[in-house]
Design a binder for this molecule. Sequence first.
Ligand SMILES: CC(C)(COP(=O)(O)OP(=O)(O)OC[C@H]1O[C@@H](n2cnc3c(N)ncnc32)[C@H](O)[C@@H]1OP(=O)(O)O)[C@@H](O)C(=O)NCCC(=O)NCCSC(=O)CC(=O)CCCCCCCCCCCCC(=O)O
Ligand SMILES: NC(=O)C1=CN([C@@H]2O[C@H](COP(=O)(O)OP(=O)(O)OC[C@H]3O[C@@H](n4cnc5c(N)ncnc54)[C@H](O)[C@@H]3O)[C@@H](O)[C@H]2O)C=CC1
Length: 719
Amino acid sequence: MAEYNRVSECVGLITLRNPPVNALSAAVRQGIVDTVQRALSDPNVKSVVICGQNGIFCGGADIKEFRSNMTGPPLIPMIHAIESANKPVVAAIEGSALGGGLELALGCHYRIAHSKARLGLPEVSLGLLPAAGGSQRLPRLIGVPAALNLITTGRHVTAAEALQLGIVDQVTDHNTVAAAVKFALSVAGRSLDPRRISTHPCPQQPDLDALFEEVMQKVRQSARGAIAPIACVQAVRAAATLPYAQGMERERELMATLFTSGQARALQYCFFAERAVGRWRMPSGARWDTSKPRPVHKAAVIGLGTMGRGITVALAQTGLSVIAVETQEKQLMEAKQAISGMLERGAKGRGVAPALDGVIYSQNIQAVADVDLVIEAVFEDIALKTKVFQQLSAVCKPGTLLCTNTSALDVDQLASETPNPELVVGMHFFAPAHVMKLLEVVYGPRSSPQAVATAMQLGKKMGKASVAVGNCRGFVGNRMLKPYIEEAFFLLEEGATPELVDQALEEFGFPMGVFRMSDLSGLDVGWRVRKGDGLVEPGTASGRSARIRQGRRYSPLGDLLCEEGRFGQKTGRGWYQYDKPGSRVARFDPWLHSFLGAYRAQHGLVARRIDHQEVLERCLYALINEGFHILDDGIAAGPEDIDVIYVSGYGWPRHRGGPMFYANMVGLAKVLERLEHYQQLHPEVPHLQPSSLLRRLVASGSPPIHKWGEAIKKLHSQL
Ligand SMILES: CC(C)(COP(=O)(O)OP(=O)(O)OC[C@H]1O[C@@H](n2cnc3c(N)ncnc32)[C@H](O)[C@@H]1OP(=O)(O)O)[C@@H](O)C(=O)NCCC(=O)NCCSC(=O)CC(=O)CCCCCCCCCCCCC(=O)O
Ligand SMILES: NC(=O)C1=CN([C@@H]2O[C@H](COP(=O)(O)OP(=O)(O)OC[C@H]3O[C@@H](n4cnc5c(N)ncnc54)[C@H](O)[C@@H]3O)[C@@H](O)[C@H]2O)C=CC1
């Protein structure tokens, strides 16, 4: 709703009231229509101010309404009525003015913002465009290049940048509403014609065609198949080339296509999923709203290799004091230099001072005695980690939380080696840890809810998409990756090439296909794990039996490449070749292709034609199938948890919503049918055996994804 008051005798003050972000629900839109009419028809009112309650102007359209029958007054005529008003209307912007919220403000004649406010048109990140006139008014106000940048990226700007761009007229450090009321009084009676943005022509822009061509090319490249950024460019082009009314018609047409698209559904699902994972719950019944995190002021990182360095930076950037411990002197010196460099570069990007003094370096584990939380990032070796955890238990003050960044070791086993297993959780960061958004917080049966709450809160403070997951081999992300990679290897054996597999996955929207990714992260990583699992054998045996290990189909292709010293980018050779070690541009490698040919001949495999559809079905459905096992096992609390992990940590295209959302879109029955089909063809591949949860969901009528939680509970209670 919107509340109306008369202040300073002749200013009509309209306050949007719809916590928490004053989204433009039907009731709020109705409230705005009614109160604007009231203010305009009151002869005592000379000017109008629109603000939002609780320090936030407006978070835009109510996204939850998009999936329902939208009722209430539409935004476009509402904003038009404000712009056409014969009394000045001033937007008093505190907190955020986003999407429809900024479009509302652009319909006002003046905009005053608090210095801490943020403004933006983030619709593109929801698969939409600013379709309440935003795509037509913003270019008229700030010019085509700046508007293109804001609308195609959806980025939020600070009040200072908004002032510089000309989006707002004034920025205040004081009470924004008071400043806006004062301003509204000062402009009462002035001509409003120059203030109606829709009546302006777009500022002249030399060589408009070249500009749009260049932007379109860039946007197509970065969009990876997303359609909204392209529609945003087309809408701004309409603003630049057509009269306002025709531009609005184009905006409507483009929005009509986007609004009902699967991509918009996927992106809006991601928006809510990212928030839902913060409301974590454990199988024990412990949950986010009943578990109080401990305060963390001082933290420690043990082991300053690749991961420890990034984790130290991420912690220091949140303002924590960090004790960084590394036993090897040379490593310590290198780490110090690297961490300082990362902190300086990060601070420069954010226009703040680097937190160099926030990090204290030591070679002695005793230095961590008074920290609140430790993150261990030493070599992936259970004996070493156990020793470190025992040392930490002896050194740290009582109650210190002990976290491990292990990627594959058993968190429960580590916990059981300490006197206080309830204080142990996994904090699984992804490389580079100060950049990658994802954090898996891994709890064991003995982890206390407070320990989980503390790690989750710390993750949030570091700006991570933090997801609480149960303990199992590979946790959620890497466990699902295993069948995906294995299928890619099998496809090579059967006739595919790394280029074909990667192209299919990249066209689907992954930034890199599985083989380019493997070259980037290093083939030796998986090799070490497979060796540890006893799967690697000398590469001389041939025939089918050589490719069955531990009772299931196994492809030794990755091992054979490693035996050749082909570890990927770091050695300049892997699934592709590179100009030199460390180079990034993957090139076709004739050696690899003759190697594949020889390998198939040795094993009696006849190459067949494999198309993109088979690549996608086998790699993605195998991964999704594992996701259903994970849900069935209770390792992830819901499909949103899996999807957030995949979108924020594994390059799953956001406009496809995550693997479980994708399965829901494709149709569970179809996923099941294709898995059954491939399982019949490859009976020695257990990960193609459809999960019993998938079967049961299909049998129960394939409920939509938001009902899976309920359905799983019901299915489990029937077991
Ligand atoms: C605002 C924020 C920056 C606040 O952040 P923070 O404080 O961190 O809080 P959060 O945890 O993010 O949020 C708290 C809580 O609020 C919920 N929420 C936030 N924003 C919204 C929202 N806009 N709608 C609903 N709910 C919202 C959030 O989910 C949390 O709740 P929880 O999930 O329960 O935990 C931050 O929240 C933020 O960034 N919000 C989103 C801002 C945004 O993206 N805004 C843009 C929205 S889209 C928009 O505005 C588009 C338009 O206005 C266009 C309107 C046109 C629509 C007309 C449809 C016409 C259809 C065309 C068919 C044509 C047919 C034909 O003609 O033929
Ligand atoms: N590298 C990656 O991409 C990822 C690694 N991980 C996990 O993070 C952990 C660390 O991995 P990396 O950083 O890659 O290893 P790394 O080999 O780069 O660094 C490990 C560091 O620990 C130091 N160290 C060893 N024993 C120590 C001790 N007792 N006290 C203090 N320092 C000690 C070593 O000197 C070395 O500098 C491993 O458990 C790994 O599985 C998790 C996610 C991703």
